[in-house]
Ligand binder design. Structure first.
Ligand code: TXA
Ligand code: MG
Length: 320
């Protein structure tokens, strides 16, 4: 795989059906021309991702929506776009027939977002095609927020585009629009409280089991975003085995039972915690001296809802 900052080269690879990993403001994406089924099929192969898990399409200008969402597009979609795009909000709505089934996993809806990251925008603009891109990691493992996190996946892809790094550190918030109602499918980098100022967000699909294909959002699978090591939620009263490390969110938290403590923030700043969480998990996943990872929980409010979602999923295999 070639690595570089040449957006023209990356764009021509996309246009010719190749795969390019690139930064967005949330995490790195693994992109292909969304209108090319074969190229999109390669994404699933490289990620070892089940084909029931649909992809998000990335665009750089609002006019592109008319070739992706079925008309008439509800006002709610434009209102959300006006307020949160470019940025880490993904909107799911009915798809046009031209959108390949492989992208949507056969669903009648499609997920779209307009990233704000300057490198992603340049790539989208030069390619001049919508780009389907899941996070650039193997299925179920930690999301990549730095180039080295992408490199450690050992993907067989054509290009890793470097440029502006992700700043948010966790994935986009996903909303399903149905008859002008908004349902939260995945908490993410835009806090629900912010969206509630524009439109009321219904939370009733969030914790529902994946039993209805129309609301399938496999980011909600129980074991997602997990380090390849025993990972637990930190509670003061639990016993800590030797060779354990802690990810904490405030400098005043110190516990001498740990071999190492990594801090995402000095004072529980949610923006910093989100930006650093996956990186700290990657560091401990790769650290041969560490056998167990413990993570301090956060209050599930504001950005904390998405942070706690990622922490719970990382710990899901080892919690009852
Ligand atoms: O921030 C992000 O969203 C990053 C960057 C690269 O844009 N992308 C990302 O993609 O997180 P991925 O594939 O890791 O997660 C996308 C989620 C999946 O859980 C998928 O199931 C859901 O979006 N999704 C996609 N299309 C959907 C649809 N039509 N209905 C419901 N959920 C959908
Ligand atoms: Mg992902």
């Amino acid at each position: 795989m070639e690595i570089g900052t040449d957006a023209f080269k990356a764009a021509s690879i996309i246009q010719n059906g190749g795969l390019v990993a690139f930064p967005t403001e949330t995490v790195y994406g693994l992109g292909a021309n969304a209108l090319n089924s074969l190229a999109c099929a390669r994404i699933f192969e490289e990620k070892q991702r089940p084909t029931f898990d649909p992809l998000i399409i990335h665009i750089y200008q609002i006019e592109q929506l008319y070739k992706i969402f079925e008309s008439p597009i509800p006002d709610t979609v434009f209102e959300l776009a006006l307020n949160f795009w470019p940025g880490p909000l993904t909107i799911v709505y009915k798809k046009m027939r031209a959108i390949p089934d492989i992208v949507t996993a056969g669903l009648q809806t499609v997920a779209v977002r307009m990233p704000s990251n300057s490198t992603a925008r340049t790539l989208l603009e030069i390619s001049n095609v919508p780009i389907a891109a899941p996070s650039a990691n193997k299925f179920g493992s930690l999301s990549p927020t730095k180039p080295e996190h992408v490199l450690k996946q050992n993907f067989n892809i054509d290009y890793l585009l470097l440029g502006e790094n992700p700043t948010k550190g966790i994935e986009s918030t996903i909303l399903l629009i149905e008859e002008n109602e908004c349902f939260l499918l995945r908490p993410g980098a835009v806090a629900v409280e912010e969206i509630n100022k524009i439109r009321n967000v219904r939370m009733d699909l969030l914790n529902q089991k994946n039993n209805s294909p129309s609301i399938l959002a496999p980011g909600r699978l129980k074991y997602h975003y997990s380090p390849k090591k025993a990972t637990f939620l930190y509670k003061e009263e639990v016993s800590i085995p030797s060779n354990s490390a802690l990810i904490a969110h405030k400098k005043k938290l110190f516990d001498n039972r740990f071999k190492k403590i990594l801090y995402t923030s000095e004072n529980e700043n949610l923006i910093e915690i989100a930006a650093n969480l996956f990186d700290k998990m990657h560091i401990l996943e790769d650290d041969n001296e560490v056998e167990n990872i413990f993570i301090e929980p956060v209050k599930p409010e504001g950005l904390g809802l998405a942070i706690m979602d990622r922490i719970s999923k990382a710990c899901a295999k080892y919690s009852s």
